[in-house]
Design a protein around this ligand. Structure first.
Ligand SMILES: [Zn+2]
Ligand SMILES: [Zn+2]
Length: 315
Protein backbone atom coordinates (compact mmCIF):
# COMPACT_ATOMS: atom_id res chain seq x y z
CA UNK A 1 0.00 0.00 0.00
CA UNK A 2 1.41 3.37 -1.03
CA UNK A 3 1.32 6.45 1.16
CA UNK A 4 1.05 10.18 0.57
CA UNK A 5 3.22 13.20 1.30
CA UNK A 6 1.54 16.55 1.78
CA UNK A 7 3.30 19.81 0.91
CA UNK A 8 2.23 23.28 1.90
CA UNK A 9 2.21 25.74 -1.04
CA UNK A 10 0.50 28.94 0.09
CA UNK A 11 -2.48 30.47 1.83
CA UNK A 12 -5.46 31.66 -0.19
CA UNK A 13 -5.94 34.40 2.41
CA UNK A 14 -2.49 35.55 3.63
CA UNK A 15 -3.95 38.19 6.00
CA UNK A 16 -3.47 37.92 9.74
CA UNK A 17 -6.89 36.29 10.12
CA UNK A 18 -6.11 33.80 7.35
CA UNK A 19 -2.77 32.86 8.97
CA UNK A 20 -4.41 32.44 12.35
CA UNK A 21 -7.03 30.11 10.92
CA UNK A 22 -4.34 27.94 9.36
CA UNK A 23 -2.17 27.86 12.48
CA UNK A 24 -5.13 26.91 14.66
CA UNK A 25 -6.36 24.21 12.31
CA UNK A 26 -2.96 22.62 11.82
CA UNK A 27 -2.33 22.76 15.58
CA UNK A 28 -5.70 21.18 16.07
CA UNK A 29 -5.17 18.14 13.85
CA UNK A 30 -1.48 17.49 14.54
CA UNK A 31 1.05 17.58 17.35
CA UNK A 32 2.95 20.44 15.65
CA UNK A 33 3.70 23.40 17.87
CA UNK A 34 2.85 26.98 16.92
CA UNK A 35 6.55 27.70 16.37
CA UNK A 36 6.88 24.81 13.94
CA UNK A 37 3.82 26.02 12.07
CA UNK A 38 5.06 29.62 11.95
CA UNK A 39 8.28 28.23 10.50
CA UNK A 40 6.36 26.54 7.72
CA UNK A 41 4.51 29.76 6.98
CA UNK A 42 7.73 31.77 7.13
CA UNK A 43 9.53 29.68 4.52
CA UNK A 44 6.39 29.59 2.39
CA UNK A 45 6.73 25.97 1.29
CA UNK A 46 7.46 22.75 2.92
CA UNK A 47 6.74 19.18 3.63
CA UNK A 48 3.92 19.13 6.17
CA UNK A 49 3.35 15.41 6.50
CA UNK A 50 5.12 12.37 5.17
CA UNK A 51 3.87 8.89 4.36
CA UNK A 52 0.24 9.35 5.47
CA UNK A 53 -2.31 6.62 4.83
CA UNK A 54 -4.97 7.49 2.28
CA UNK A 55 -7.54 8.03 5.00
CA UNK A 56 -5.36 10.38 7.05
CA UNK A 57 -4.23 12.23 3.96
CA UNK A 58 -7.88 12.84 3.01
CA UNK A 59 -8.68 14.15 6.48
CA UNK A 60 -5.67 16.49 6.48
CA UNK A 61 -6.40 17.82 2.99
CA UNK A 62 -9.99 18.47 3.88
CA UNK A 63 -9.21 20.20 7.18
CA UNK A 64 -6.39 22.38 5.83
CA UNK A 65 -8.24 23.04 2.59
CA UNK A 66 -11.18 24.37 4.65
CA UNK A 67 -8.66 26.52 6.53
CA UNK A 68 -7.55 28.16 3.29
CA UNK A 69 -4.32 26.27 2.50
CA UNK A 70 -3.16 25.37 -1.00
CA UNK A 71 -1.55 21.96 -0.79
CA UNK A 72 0.19 19.50 -3.00
CA UNK A 73 -0.26 15.77 -2.50
CA UNK A 74 2.44 13.44 -3.78
CA UNK A 75 2.17 9.66 -3.71
CA UNK A 76 5.01 7.92 -1.94
CA UNK A 77 5.97 4.33 -2.81
CA UNK A 78 6.81 3.57 0.82
CA UNK A 79 4.09 2.21 3.10
CA UNK A 80 2.35 4.58 5.53
CA UNK A 81 4.45 5.42 8.57
CA UNK A 82 3.75 6.67 12.04
CA UNK A 83 2.91 10.32 11.79
CA UNK A 84 2.08 13.19 14.07
CA UNK A 85 -1.44 13.61 12.65
CA UNK A 86 -3.92 12.97 15.41
CA UNK A 87 -6.92 10.73 14.80
CA UNK A 88 -9.73 12.90 13.48
CA UNK A 89 -13.41 12.78 12.70
CA UNK A 90 -15.53 14.90 10.46
CA UNK A 91 -18.30 16.93 12.06
CA UNK A 92 -21.55 15.54 10.60
CA UNK A 93 -23.16 18.97 10.70
CA UNK A 94 -20.57 21.43 9.37
CA UNK A 95 -17.87 19.12 7.93
CA UNK A 96 -15.13 20.52 10.18
CA UNK A 97 -12.28 18.06 10.85
CA UNK A 98 -12.18 17.60 14.59
CA UNK A 99 -9.95 15.50 16.84
CA UNK A 100 -11.48 12.05 17.26
CA UNK A 101 -11.50 12.39 21.05
CA UNK A 102 -13.26 15.77 21.00
CA UNK A 103 -16.65 15.89 22.67
CA UNK A 104 -17.95 18.67 20.52
CA UNK A 105 -17.20 20.38 17.23
CA UNK A 106 -15.08 23.46 17.86
CA UNK A 107 -16.51 25.14 14.78
CA UNK A 108 -20.28 24.69 15.16
CA UNK A 109 -20.58 23.41 18.72
CA UNK A 110 -22.33 20.14 17.85
CA UNK A 111 -22.06 17.70 20.78
CA UNK A 112 -21.12 14.41 19.12
CA UNK A 113 -22.56 11.99 21.71
CA UNK A 114 -25.85 13.85 21.71
CA UNK A 115 -25.93 13.86 17.94
CA UNK A 116 -25.33 10.10 17.88
CA UNK A 117 -28.17 9.50 20.34
CA UNK A 118 -30.37 11.68 18.18
CA UNK A 119 -29.44 9.65 15.10
CA UNK A 120 -30.45 6.44 16.84
CA UNK A 121 -33.76 8.03 17.78
CA UNK A 122 -34.38 9.17 14.22
CA UNK A 123 -33.58 5.68 12.94
CA UNK A 124 -35.89 4.08 15.47
CA UNK A 125 -38.63 6.50 14.58
CA UNK A 126 -38.20 5.83 10.88
CA UNK A 127 -38.26 2.10 11.46
CA UNK A 128 -41.44 2.31 13.51
CA UNK A 129 -42.99 4.60 11.00
CA UNK A 130 -42.12 2.22 8.19
CA UNK A 131 -43.62 -0.72 10.07
CA UNK A 132 -46.74 1.24 10.97
CA UNK A 133 -47.10 2.36 7.34
CA UNK A 134 -46.65 -1.19 6.02
CA UNK A 135 -49.37 -2.45 8.35
CA UNK A 136 -51.65 0.47 7.55
CA UNK A 137 -51.21 -0.15 3.82
CA UNK A 138 -52.16 -3.82 4.20
CA UNK A 139 -55.32 -2.87 6.05
CA UNK A 140 -56.00 -0.14 3.53
CA UNK A 141 -55.85 -2.66 0.70
CA UNK A 142 -58.58 -4.72 2.35
CA UNK A 143 -60.85 -1.71 2.69
CA UNK A 144 -60.19 -0.59 -0.88
CA UNK A 145 -61.36 -4.00 -2.06
CA UNK A 146 -64.44 -3.76 0.10
CA UNK A 147 -65.27 -0.29 -1.26
CA UNK A 148 -64.70 -1.46 -4.84
CA UNK A 149 -67.05 -4.43 -4.33
CA UNK A 150 -69.73 -2.22 -2.84
CA UNK A 151 -69.67 0.39 -5.57
CA UNK A 152 -69.78 -2.35 -8.25
CA UNK A 153 -73.14 -3.47 -6.83
CA UNK A 154 -74.39 0.00 -5.83
CA UNK A 155 -73.20 2.57 -8.38
CA UNK A 156 -72.66 6.13 -7.15
CA UNK A 157 -75.88 8.15 -7.03
CA UNK A 158 -74.41 11.17 -8.85
CA UNK A 159 -71.30 13.22 -9.51
CA UNK A 160 -68.74 13.82 -6.78
CA UNK A 161 -69.02 17.55 -5.90
CA UNK A 162 -66.04 19.46 -7.31
CA UNK A 163 -64.57 20.83 -4.01
CA UNK A 164 -64.53 17.29 -2.61
CA UNK A 165 -63.28 15.68 -5.80
CA UNK A 166 -60.28 18.03 -5.63
CA UNK A 167 -59.36 16.64 -2.19
CA UNK A 168 -59.48 12.98 -3.14
CA UNK A 169 -56.33 10.94 -3.49
CA UNK A 170 -56.04 8.67 -6.53
CA UNK A 171 -55.43 5.78 -4.11
CA UNK A 172 -58.76 5.99 -2.34
CA UNK A 173 -62.00 4.52 -3.63
CA UNK A 174 -65.27 6.40 -3.33
CA UNK A 175 -68.12 4.01 -2.59
CA UNK A 176 -71.03 6.27 -1.62
CA UNK A 177 -72.28 9.84 -1.94
CA UNK A 178 -74.60 11.20 0.71
CA UNK A 179 -76.61 14.37 0.29
CA UNK A 180 -77.49 16.41 3.32
CA UNK A 181 -78.96 19.79 4.10
CA UNK A 182 -75.65 20.81 5.68
CA UNK A 183 -73.58 19.80 2.65
CA UNK A 184 -72.41 16.78 0.69
CA UNK A 185 -70.52 13.78 2.10
CA UNK A 186 -68.23 11.52 0.11
CA UNK A 187 -67.54 8.14 1.67
CA UNK A 188 -64.26 6.57 0.61
CA UNK A 189 -62.19 3.53 1.47
CA UNK A 190 -60.26 5.79 3.90
CA UNK A 191 -62.58 8.35 5.35
CA UNK A 192 -65.66 10.52 5.27
CA UNK A 193 -64.91 13.63 3.29
CA UNK A 194 -67.41 16.27 4.38
CA UNK A 195 -68.46 19.72 3.24
CA UNK A 196 -70.30 21.79 5.80
CA UNK A 197 -70.64 25.50 6.55
CA UNK A 198 -68.28 26.35 3.68
CA UNK A 199 -65.52 24.11 5.08
CA UNK A 200 -64.22 20.82 3.79
CA UNK A 201 -62.87 18.38 6.35
CA UNK A 202 -61.84 14.80 6.56
CA UNK A 203 -62.79 12.21 9.17
CA UNK A 204 -60.86 8.92 8.99
CA UNK A 205 -63.08 5.89 9.66
CA UNK A 206 -60.71 5.14 12.55
CA UNK A 207 -61.96 8.28 14.33
CA UNK A 208 -65.60 7.26 14.02
CA UNK A 209 -67.13 5.78 17.13
CA UNK A 210 -70.34 5.12 15.25
CA UNK A 211 -73.00 6.58 12.98
CA UNK A 212 -76.66 6.35 14.00
CA UNK A 213 -79.79 7.01 12.02
CA UNK A 214 -83.08 8.37 13.30
CA UNK A 215 -83.76 6.62 16.54
CA UNK A 216 -85.99 8.11 19.22
CA UNK A 217 -85.28 11.67 18.13
CA UNK A 218 -86.07 11.09 14.47
CA UNK A 219 -87.51 14.19 12.85
CA UNK A 220 -88.68 13.75 9.31
CA UNK A 221 -88.64 16.79 7.07
CA UNK A 222 -89.63 15.81 3.60
CA UNK A 223 -87.13 13.24 2.36
CA UNK A 224 -84.55 14.10 4.97
CA UNK A 225 -83.79 12.18 8.11
CA UNK A 226 -81.33 12.52 10.94
CA UNK A 227 -77.85 10.99 10.88
CA UNK A 228 -75.54 11.38 13.86
CA UNK A 229 -71.79 10.86 13.64
CA UNK A 230 -69.97 10.14 16.89
CA UNK A 231 -66.20 10.56 17.05
CA UNK A 232 -63.57 9.04 19.34
CA UNK A 233 -62.15 12.50 19.95
CA UNK A 234 -62.36 16.10 18.83
CA UNK A 235 -62.35 16.41 15.04
CA UNK A 236 -61.56 19.75 13.35
CA UNK A 237 -64.52 20.76 11.19
CA UNK A 238 -63.13 24.06 9.87
CA UNK A 239 -63.05 27.63 11.15
CA UNK A 240 -61.06 26.60 14.21
CA UNK A 241 -63.98 24.51 15.48
CA UNK A 242 -63.87 20.92 16.57
CA UNK A 243 -66.74 18.52 17.16
CA UNK A 244 -67.11 15.35 19.17
CA UNK A 245 -70.28 14.51 17.24
CA UNK A 246 -72.08 15.93 14.24
CA UNK A 247 -75.71 15.88 13.19
CA UNK A 248 -76.71 15.77 9.54
CA UNK A 249 -80.12 15.96 7.85
CA UNK A 250 -79.49 13.44 5.11
CA UNK A 251 -81.40 12.60 1.96
CA UNK A 252 -83.17 9.30 1.72
CA UNK A 253 -80.83 6.35 2.01
CA UNK A 254 -82.00 2.78 1.56
CA UNK A 255 -81.54 0.18 4.30
CA UNK A 256 -78.46 -1.33 2.65
CA UNK A 257 -76.76 2.07 2.47
CA UNK A 258 -77.50 2.74 6.13
CA UNK A 259 -76.26 -0.68 7.24
CA UNK A 260 -73.12 -0.21 5.22
CA UNK A 261 -72.40 3.23 6.68
CA UNK A 262 -72.99 1.94 10.21
CA UNK A 263 -70.76 -1.08 9.73
CA UNK A 264 -67.90 1.01 8.28
CA UNK A 265 -68.15 3.44 11.18
CA UNK A 266 -67.74 0.71 13.79
CA UNK A 267 -65.11 -1.41 12.13
CA UNK A 268 -61.81 0.42 12.35
CA UNK A 269 -59.38 1.72 14.93
CA UNK A 270 -55.87 3.12 14.67
CA UNK A 271 -53.30 0.69 16.07
CA UNK A 272 -50.53 2.15 18.25
CA UNK A 273 -47.38 2.41 16.14
CA UNK A 274 -45.27 1.17 19.06
CA UNK A 275 -47.25 -1.62 20.78
CA UNK A 276 -50.04 -2.41 18.32
CA UNK A 277 -52.88 -1.96 20.83
CA UNK A 278 -55.90 -0.05 19.55
CA UNK A 279 -56.76 2.29 22.40
CA UNK A 280 -55.64 5.74 21.43
CA UNK A 281 -56.91 8.73 23.36
CA UNK A 282 -57.43 11.65 20.99
CA UNK A 283 -56.79 15.31 21.64
CA UNK A 284 -56.64 18.43 19.52
CA UNK A 285 -53.72 20.77 20.22
CA UNK A 286 -55.12 23.67 18.19
CA UNK A 287 -53.39 22.55 14.98
CA UNK A 288 -53.36 18.79 14.84
CA UNK A 289 -55.16 15.82 16.27
CA UNK A 290 -52.96 13.67 18.49
CA UNK A 291 -53.58 10.14 19.69
CA UNK A 292 -51.89 8.87 22.86
CA UNK A 293 -51.72 5.13 23.41
CA UNK A 294 -53.43 4.14 26.65
CA UNK A 295 -51.10 1.13 26.97
CA UNK A 296 -47.61 2.44 26.28
CA UNK A 297 -48.18 6.24 26.23
CA UNK A 298 -46.72 6.66 22.74
CA UNK A 299 -48.05 9.82 21.15
CA UNK A 300 -49.19 9.85 17.53
CA UNK A 301 -49.90 12.60 15.10
CA UNK A 302 -53.10 11.86 13.22
CA UNK A 303 -52.98 12.68 9.54
CA UNK A 304 -56.66 13.29 8.83
CA UNK A 305 -56.27 13.38 5.06
CA UNK A 306 -54.16 10.24 4.80
CA UNK A 307 -56.06 8.56 7.65
CA UNK A 308 -52.83 7.51 9.36
CA UNK A 309 -51.61 7.58 12.95
CA UNK A 310 -47.90 8.44 12.89
CA UNK A 311 -46.05 7.57 16.10
CA UNK A 312 -43.93 10.31 17.70
CA UNK A 313 -41.03 9.13 19.84
CA UNK A 314 -40.61 10.99 23.09
CA UNK A 315 -37.20 12.53 23.88
ZN1 LIG B 1 -19.43 21.23 13.30
ZN1 LIG C 1 -48.95 1.62 22.51
Amino acid sequence: MASFDIFFLSLRDPSKAGRLRFVQTLGHISDKTNDEIEDILGTGRGLLFERLSRERANAVVKALGNAGARLEIRPNQAPPAQDDVVATRECPRCGFIERADAEECSQCGLVFAKWEREQIRVMQREKRLEEAMAKALQVRQKWTERATEYVAKHPLSGEIPAPLQAKLSPQETVFMLVESEEGPLVLTSRRCLCRRGGFTFSVPWELMAGIDFGGGLLKKRGDFSRMQMNFHGPVPIGGGETAQKLMWQVGDLDATDRDTIMSWAYARKFPCGACGETELHFQFDGKKVHGRCMHCATDHEIDLEEALAIPILAD
